[in-house]
Design a protein. Sequence first.
Length: 277
Amino acid sequence: MELTIQSKATLHNGVEIPFLGLGVFQSPPGEVTRRAVLYALEAGYRHIDTAKIYRNEQDVGWAVRESGIPRSEIFVTTKLWNQDHGYNRAIRAFNESLQRLGLDYIDLYLIHWPVEGLRLESWRALETLLAEGRCRAIGVSNYLVRHLEELSGSGKGVPAVNQIELSPYNYLSRKEVVDFCRSKGVQLEAYSPLTKGKKLSDPKLVALARKYGKTPAQMLIRWALQHQMVVIPKSTDRDRIRENAQVFDFSIAKGDMACLDSFDENLTTGWDPTHAP
């Protein structure tokens, strides 16, 4: 598959999502996030991922409007936070996110975490929002196989996306959920693909990056793309944002992809859903 910065994955409902996006987790509300989003859009990104809990939805929306790029060309994701689960609360939370963003619709609305006892009710709310055309696609985040099986067993629709932490350092450990998503037509989206910087100095990774004349971060992003994952590296630095997008002028050989896969050490740098009931 030949990839460019314009490349998109097609979700099971026909909606297209850009493979490369900018994540704004831990980007400070205000000018820092606004500038980061503008830098990304300037560099050719057309996918921005935020969430209520990040407290920067307003800044993402401002930058999308300020960019001058047609709204239809920018894919915006936000998420339902844990305290907002339940049918009515989820609807209200969506409305509040939409208001903070200052947009007419959201491209992808995700359940941020599989909150026990309420997640099926929340999913019903997302289905309502989808049916009303207020978001273009709905999905989940941090869902493992048991959470996805519960959803499919309830007779509800299949999520368009499952956004989970994925990198060469946990890919094989997460292979069960990776394979399940692929078998059900659920698009995988990798957050924290750069391991929050924890593995960028790994000698094995550095050696491979040197072989390709790329940075370790670029290798990790390209690895995710070649596994056909949507990937959302996070940065607020203009040069780093550009650098993270310079991953479409090379391809990692099959043997080196297998080598990267073998780096697995069941690494989790953030939320770990392993024990989420």
